[in-house]
Write a protein that binds this ligand. Structure first.
Ligand code: 5AD
Ligand code: SF4
Length: 465
């Protein structure tokens, strides 16, 4: 009997990549593969890559170089590269890293198991990029989950579901539309079927994923006879599913955030009070050069509306510093808007040139040291804001979904409704439960607390269902 083939996947980048890796793992397992514990035990090693900034793309090449000795030891090892670096580089990746056998863009992932089944080493490298040939982008047969037991990216408790792929926005700095293609929304029935299947296996929290979830529209030709946006309707339908406790989504584009979604925060109890709403910059001039299609005033009006609808909502964002031509005054406007909005947390990045993007050809690029200086100032300011907001939670009672163990023995970790990480003492039997935690301490990133109510988790579960 031949030994079972084993795979090892390493994921870089965003949650979409995490979901894609999990989907690939599921597909491979369906096709008779087994997860290996390390790369050295694998017959197929796959790097699912990110190329949103240059640093992320360079990391992939370093990893590929590390794989060369493994390949020497085991010449039949198949090395695959997926995700955005694969799409961007194509055959050029093979020139940079001849260890590579398979280069697969993000829209071609589902073909990997079939390629591996008929693998012929003499035909490598194989390059698959662009849109898939005929079959639907989302074949429900391919996305039904099997739950590898130790899967960290899509655990049964808190799962991702991709609702759309690609992006039509072409922000001046961004490679995503070139690499992930145009927006394709997944049919609502498929999403609901996947959600039900997850819930039947014990999932309690679902995060709907897309590059720009607000423009979710599986049926663009349909007349807008129903109320609200297609995304708001989808949220309401997923929230109505039995067994779901918590619903989240990411990422939103401020230009497409509509009042029907804002209102849901006040009316759908399962929709958790958190939104990630990338701002990118605080100056209208920079926002316009970035092609973001909104002004600072519009963004501020969205924050107002969200906070009116849901006063306890946590708001997080992405900021880019040092976009070409960003002056000191522009940068000061970004600092000022962070002060005035008081985001719960932010992801901040130095602008990075990406191939094919509009910004790549813009004049007045900033020196690296200046970008670093601005980034440090942003990080410093935000640390203070996050610290202050978290301090204000001391003494409050938070409902926490227990995700797993904390860093210390007998410590558990979970998230509040508004996405803050909390550590607290507790026994492992509470993993997967909702508990009430009194917050006793805080830092800029995490909170500490003590459970004050976990007496009857079974009852709690049945109440929630
Ligand atoms: N340089 C720096 N940051 C970028 N992002 C996207 N492209 C670039 C780039 N070229 C950031 C944006 C986006 C987040 C996912 O990554 O802030 O929201
Ligand atoms: Fe990139 Fe802009 Fe699309 Fe976001 S909305 S993925 S930043 S092009």
């Amino acid at each position: 009997m031949c030994a079972q083939r084993r795979f090892f996947i390493t994921t870089f980048g965003c949650q979409m990549n995490a979901y894609d890796s999990w989907r690939l793992a599921t597909l491979l397992e369906k096709n008779g593969w087994q997860a290996a514990e390390s790369r050295s035990q694998a017959d197929f090693v796959f790097l699912n890559t990110c190329s949103i900034r240059e640093k992320a793309a360079l990391k992939v090449l370093a990893h590929l170089r590390e794989l060369a000795p493994l390949k020497k030891q085991n010449p039949s090892l198949i090395v695959g590269v997926g995700g955005c670096v694969a799409e961007q580089e194509g055959i050029a990746l093979y020139d940079k890293a001849p260890t590579v056998d398979l280069v697969v863009g993000p829209r071609r992932l589902a073909e990997i198991p079939y390629l591996l089944d008929s693998w012929d080493k003499d035909c490598s490298p194989i390059i698959l990029a662009g849109d898939p040939p005929q079959e639907a982008v989302f074949n429900p047969q391919n996305v039904y989950p099997l739950y590898p037991q130790d899967d960290k990216t899509n655990s049964p408790l808190s799962a991702f579901i991709t609702i759309m792929e690609g992006c039509n926005n072409f922000c001046a700095y961004c490679v995503v539309p070139y690499l992930r293609g145009r927006e394709v929304s997944r049919p609502e029935a498929d999403i609901l079927a996947e959600a039900k299947s997850l819930l039947a296996k014990g999932t309690r929290e679902i995060t709907l994923l897309g590059q720009n979830v607000n423009s979710y529209d599986p049926d663009p030709g349909a007349k807008a006879s129903q109320s609200g946006s297609p995304f708001s309707r989808l949220l309401a339908r997923v929230a109505a599913l039995e067994g779901l406790w918590r619903l989240r989504f990411t990422t939103s584009h401020p230009k497409d955030l509509d009042p029907s979604l804002t209102r849901l925060y006040g009316t759908l109890p399962k929709l958790m009070p958190h939104i990630h709403l990338p701002l990118q910059a605080g100056s209208d001039k920079v926002l316009s050069k970035m092609g973001r299609s909104y002004t600072k005033a519009h963004y501020l009006s969205l924050i107002d509306a969200l906070r009116k609808s849901c006063p306890q909502i946590a708001i997080t964002t992405d900021i880019i510093v040092g976009f070409p031509g960003e002056t000191e005054e522009d940068f000061q406007e970004t600092l000022a808007i962070l002060e005035s909005i008081q985001f719960d947390s932010i992801f901040s990045f130095k602008y990075s040139d990406r191939p094919n993007t509009k910004a790549n050809n813009l004049p007045n690029k900033l020196p690296e040291e200046e970008k670093s200086r601005r980034l440090s100032l942003i990080i410093e300011l935000q640390k203070e804001i996050s610290r202050k907001l978290n301090m204000a939670l001391i003494g409050s009672h938070q409902e926490v979904l227990v995700y797993g163990h904390g860093r210390e023995p007998n410590q558990l970790a979970g998230r509040t409704g508004n996405f803050k990480i909390v550590h607290f003492p507790g026994q492992k039997e509470l993993i997967g439960e909702l508990v009430t935690v009194s917050i006793t301490n805080s830092g800029p990133v995490t909170l500490k607390g003590e459970i004050i109510d976990a007496l009857n988790p079974t009852l709690r579960k049945s109440q929630r269902a």
